[in-house]
Write a protein that binds this ligand. Structure first.
Ligand SMILES: NC(=O)c1ccc[n+]([C@@H]2O[C@H](COP(=O)([O-])OP(=O)(O)OC[C@H]3O[C@@H](n4cnc5c(N)ncnc54)[C@H](OP(=O)(O)O)[C@@H]3O)[C@@H](O)[C@H]2O)c1
Length: 259
């Protein structure tokens, strides 16, 4: 079984450098997702990435319960589980209830990492993807982050972080925090050799094995050169989160001109 190297986050907790993504569009969990995750645990994956948006929290929770039952893992501590706060819950008073719901879905007492999924809020009460443009609203990041810090203080998550934040938004956030974010999860076509934590998604067994097999060999100089010439898609497409009447009117504004 492959052993995945880990890094230490600023929270003091470790995080495996390679994780398995569970986002499948259209978003829906299923027995097939549970089976794929269970097989991934057998192959050595220990780090899993989900989100309220993906609707795979329950499938992942079921796979973890089965893995424990079958003795594939001895304890919850062996896993690193990330989930994300959806935009309609990105309001100070809704963060804790959203995390409780996520934990119920996952059948877990705590997350390893809880992320603000996008730097934008939606009117509360609805759960729609793609979100209705008229529901987009600016996030009160100071109070939402305060609620995320409370989640960590309560022991409901070991680390907290953000996702799809530009460097500017991250720098602004850092000016007003007690607990700094441990992670900014972004969708960049970087590779393990660039020193970032990689999330791979495959529910195909052979490709799951291939994606784990990256730790005992290196790319040649020539291959690295060729890869660096491939056009980079530098960030997650944000069309769903920009609107003439919303907090961000263009992708450039969303990313503060960094893409
Ligand atoms: N925070 C965010 O906003 C955000 C945004 C995007 C993604 N993510 C996370 O990152 C994960 C990965 O997302 P992604 O956008 O990189 O992946 P993706 O778009 O889901 O792409 C993965 C695709 O590549 C195929 N694949 C995987 N390994 C392969 C291999 N070795 N050879 C050939 N094909 C292979 C998979 O097909 P098969 O399943 O058929 O193998 C799948 O269709 C997501 O599941 C999610 O957890 C987060």
């Amino acid at each position: 079984m492959v052993s995945v190297p880990e890094i230490i986050l600023n929270s003091g907790h470790t995080m495996p450098l390679l994780g398995m993504g569970t986002a499948v569009y259209p978003f829906v969990g299923s027995n097939a997702v549970t089976s794929a995750i269970l097989r991934a645990i057998e192959l050595g994956y220990r780090h899993f990435d989900t989100a309220a948006l993906y609707q795979t929290e329950q499938s992942l929770g079921e796979a973890i319960a089965q893995a424990r039952h079958q003795g594939l893992i001895k304890s919850r501590e062996e896993l690193f589980i990330t989930s994300k706060l959806w935009c309609s819950d990105a309001h100070a008073d809704l963060v804790l209830p959203a995390l409780h719901k996520t934990l119920r879905n996952l059948q877990l007492d705590y997350l390893d990492l809880y992320l603000i999924h996008f730097p934008v809020s939606l009117k509360p009460g609805k759960f729609e993807a793609p979100p209705p443009k008229e529901d987009l609203m600016p996030m009160d990041i100071k109070s939402v982050w305060g609620a995320m810090e409370e989640c960590q203080r309560l022991g409901l998550t070991r680390s907290i972080g953000v996702s799809n934040f530009s460097c500017k938004k991250l720098s602004d956030l850092l000016l007003n925090v007690t607990i700094p974010p441990a992670v900014n999860q972004v969708c960049l076509r970087w590779v393990h050799e660039k020193g970032v934590i990689v999330l791979v998604k495959s529910f195909n067994e052979e490709r799951m094995k291939e994606n784990l097999d990256i730790f005992d060999w290196a790319l040649s100089e020539e291959d690295s050169q060729k890869i660096s010439q491939i056009q980079q898609f530098r960030a997650f497409p944000t069309d769903d989160f920009v609107s003439v009447d919303g907090p961000f009117k263009s992708a450039e504004e969303f990313w503060d001109g960094e893409i």
